[in-house]
Design a protein around this ligand. Structure first.
Ligand code: FE2
Length: 370
């Protein structure tokens, strides 16, 4: 589709303000909400369903720091939610973007080449108005522009307030959200974010950087220079055996969100709490920590504690970062989460790719997919 994009430099890019929320379509939103509340520490802040006059779905809104997740399940076998869950399993349907003017953002995005999904519309209740509009991105994933300055409610018209605390584990905001796309399509989608939104390529990696014996992928990190909203795009590359990206594409039945990275200021405390609550993280052998050597010099954290929790460390010219990846959150080996703390480094853990991918490969092999 991006091959047919006509660049229209006279039309300003949509002015984004930040990520509004991420909506997952899931088979059972009540149980998913329990998981993200009790294991990830999210508060449940709003709900919509038959009790609020919504007949075809149930949605739970969860919040921690600035991170807002909406978990939506279908109540009938008909319609796009049920079809999405049937085809993809549980996964991210929507990355909603906050804007000052949703109508202008939609017009700018579509005139710059985006495919419209839902034209600007107003959702109204006694607490005000939200104006929203949606465009397509990779696969069945969409971006929804959300203009909520005139809305006083917690989330959205049609939702009632809930106040069930999850306790929090220190998650503060979305650091980045990564898409996996079909082989050969990465550059098209990088162009999409560049032409439609004015994003720039911040970093890139290829199969020579991301080299284990088997896993191979290419990745480009696209970023909004104004808001720092960051959407890396991955595609599979040819390796000795099946790329982990290809495994995702096979099970998700197409392109989609691979992982969402959540920022914390204290990864040791965050990961300790999540582990105690039952979140499963990818394993890292002790040999990784023995091999860190000088990379671990001068860090503020106790290396033994990082090893106990399997937290990975990477260093670049600007500082270091600490990161860890959950196992896939559903049964299909598709969506997972990352927890990341930055101490200066703006990178994505290039030095950890080998350890990370070897860990994924061990799991891929256990699933019989390597
Ligand atoms: Fe990441």
């Amino acid at each position: 589709m991006t091959a047919t994009l006509e660049t229209t430099p006279d039309i300003q890019v949509p002015m984004l303000q930040g990520t509004d929320h991420v909506e997952l379509y899931v088979g059972n939103a009540r149980q998913a909400a329990y998981h993200y509340r009790n294991a990830f520490g999210f508060d449940v802040i709003a709900y919509a369903g038959p009790e609020t006059g919504v007949r075809d779905r149930a949605s739970y809104v969860l919040q921690q720091g600035k991170v807002r997740l909406v978990l939506t399940a279908p109540l009938t076998p008909e319609g796009e939610i049920a079809e999405h869950v049937w085809l993809h399993g549980d996964g991210v349907k929507r990355i909603a973007l906050r804007v000052e003017d949703a109508t202008a953002a939609y017009e700018a995005a579509t005139r710059r080449g985006a495919r419209g999904i839902a034209e600007p519309a107003r959702a109204v209740d006694s607490r005000g108005v939200i104006t929203h509009a949606s465009i397509a991105t990779y696969g069945d994933t969409v971006h929804t522009f959300v203009e909520r300055d005139e809305y006083q409610g917690v989330h959205w018209p049609g939702y009632r307030d809930e106040s069930r605390a999850g306790g929090g584990v220190g998650l503060r905001f979305i650091d980045h959200a990564v898409g996996n796309v079909d082989v050969g399509r990465m550059d098209d989608w990088v162009s999409f974010y560049s032409e439609v939104f004015g994003f720039q390529v911040f970093q890139e990696f290829d199969e020579h950087d991301i080299a284990t014996q088997y896993s191979a992928l290419r990745s480009k990190v696209t970023r909004d220079p104004r808001t720092q909203i960051t959407f890396p795009i991955n595609e599979p590359a040819v390796g000795l055996k099946a790329s982990q990206i290809q495994e995702y594409l096979d099970y998700y039945r197409g392109s989609g969100v691979q992982h969402i990275a959540l920022h914390t200021d204290d990864i040791v405390a965050t990961v300790s709490a999540m582990s105690e609550h039952g979140v499963e993280f990818l394993n890292t052998p002790d040999a990784y920590y023995a091999a860190l050597g000088a990379r671990a010099d001068g860090i503020d954290e106790d290396l033994d504690r990082l090893r106990d929790l399997k937290i990975l460390l990477d260093r670049d010219d600007d500082g270091y970062l600490l990161q860890i990846f959950t196992r896939p959150v559903g049964d299909r080996p598709t969506l997972f989460f990352e927890v990341i703390q930055r101490k200066g480094s703006k990178g994505f853990g290039k030095g950890n790719f080998k350890a990370l991918f070897e860990s994924i490969e061990r799991e891929q092999a256990a699933r019989g997919n390597l």
